[in-house]
Design a protein around this ligand. Structure first.
Ligand SMILES: [Zn+2]
Length: 447
């Protein structure tokens, strides 16, 4: 039931109007009994053991849930003793769906269990919401809803990272809590401009997050009742570490394209990561929104600029990946025409690329790579699919010249010593990666 003031009220309740600015239910508003409970709650605030839950689940579909109402000490929250026999309860918490990619071929590639956490003092571009179902006893009015972002990393103690939303439910959800019917709420759990992130947590150390939803109500006697429940776990995504070079088009207006998993954030922050992938493009969209890939949904796929940059190519400029590939085509053509300088450039490309790929293979956290196969070139029949990977992997490209004679372009560098590796195999050289290197990381190291 939606009251005429726009506030949701429970059935049979006296209408009560809060001033618009009185979002917080301050202690002075509470009856003495509730204040006593609140004070008791303060003693537990911040104490990890007060919130200690069962074993954390790495499976985001099976989160740790807590029922009942423990005091937390903040002014929107309240104690349970006063409401020991209250039937106020959060009965279900369901995550919303991240918008699917409009193209059919990508629509099925989606995750809803990733949530982007902006840098300190920044906001999300797109907001995420939890659907909260609850049971409201007769005579109780829901006065306040609060969502705390929890660190649910295994062995973290489930500490509160930040209160994200704290507001009375309204019909329009202006402050982040919208009433949907009598027993459902839609609650914002991400950061908007008015409620930016204040997190100081180190991204690499927070590998799971969850949301604690607290409901505060008041019965007809003015007694405060409360209930809370934790959501299932989410995997946090973090902005690319500062200071890395980018290339390719940016997606800033639609939430960005550089969201990293906790592990990837740590890896890219390390000297090793920066040296191996100094210039990157897509990682993941905000909340793992699909940017037009069949991968890139977990913050662990990184598109990087070619290991070898041809002279004169501005790697930071738009289209630089394609231009660098075009230079490889031109140098290879010159080499096939007998030009020594062209041959030297292709050789340098192959050797530099082999070295970098080997370094990435030897970093046990790289589990997959894709790179250029080389495609047919319009107007020059000597180029057939796979020419670039043949040069890279074997050092030799066999082709048919204009006189239909079999020829070979031999770089004189022999076969790649790592040709049998499992991280970038023959089929991982693909025509859709002619213009960039794709690297997939896993926090579980390869054996
Ligand atoms: Zn990619």
């Amino acid at each position: 039931m939606i009251g005429s003031t726009g506030r949701a009220t429970a059935r049979g309740l006296r209408p009560r109007r809060l001033p618009a600015m009185a979002r917080r239910l301050g202690p002075r508003r509470l009856p003495a009994a509730a204040v006593a409970v609140l004070a008791a709650g303060l003693l537990q605030a911040g104490g990890a053991s007060a919130w200690a839950a069962g074993p954390p689940s790495p499976d985001p579909g099976v989160g740790v849930e807590e029922e009942g109402a423990e005091p937390s000490g903040e002014d929107c929250d309240a104690g349970t003793d006063a409401a020991g026999d209250s039937a106020l309860a959060v009965t279900a918490i369901t995550a919303d769906r991240v918008a699917r990619h409009p193209a059919r071929k990508y629509a099925g590639f989606a995750r809803d269990d990733r949530v982007s956490i902006p840098r300190q003092d920044e906001a999300n571009t797109r907001q995420r919401y939890l659907d909260v179902e609850y049971a409201l006893p007769a005579g109780v009015e829901l006065t306040c809803v609060r969502v705390d972002l929890l660190d649910t990393t295994p062995r973290s103690g489930r500490t509160v990272l930040q209160t994200v939303t704290e507001a009375a439910p309204t019909a329009d959800g202006g402050e982040g809590v919208r009433s949907v019917g009598r027993d459902r709420l839609k609650v914002r759990v991400t950061f908007d401009e008015q409620h930016p992130s204040k997190l100081r947590a180190k991204p690499a150390q927070v590998t799971r997050v969850g949301y604690r939803v607290s409901l505060i109500g008041e019965d007809q006697d003015g007694t405060v009742v409360a209930a809370r429940k934790d959501s299932a776990d989410f995997f946090p995504l973090w902005r690319l570490p500062a200071g890395l070079d980018r290339y390719g088009p940016r997606d800033d207006k639609t939430g960005g394209d550089d969201w990293c998993s906790s592990f990837t954030h740590g890896w890219l922050s390390s000297a090793t990561g920066r040296a191996l992938l100094p210039r990157v493009n897509d990682i993941s969209g905000e909340h793992a929104r699909n940017l037009g890939h069949q991968t890139h949904l977990t913050g662990d796929d990184i598109d990087a600029f070619h290991p070898y940059r041809f002279s004169g190519v501005d790697a930071g400029a738009a289209g630089s990946g394609g231009r660098n590939y075009a230079r490889l085509v031109a140098a290879t053509r010159a080499a096939m025409d007998g030009d020594a300088d062209g041959l030297g450039q292709v050789k340098e490309w192959a050797e530099t690329t082999r070295t970098r790929l080997a370094q990435l293979i030897d970093d046990g956290n790289v589990v997959r790579m894709y790179y250029a196969a080389g495609s047919a070139v319009k107007g020059d029949a000597r180029f057939t699919a796979g020419w670039a990977s043949a040069l890279l992997r074997t050092g030799v490209y066999a082709y048919t010249d204009a006189k239909k004679e079999a020829r070979e372009l031999d770089l004189g560098i022999g076969e790649w010593s790592r040709i049998g590796n499992k991280v970038i195999t023959a089929r991982d050289f693909r025509p859709d990666h002619n213009d960039h290197l794709h690297v997939t990381l896993s926090e579980t190291r390869r054996r």
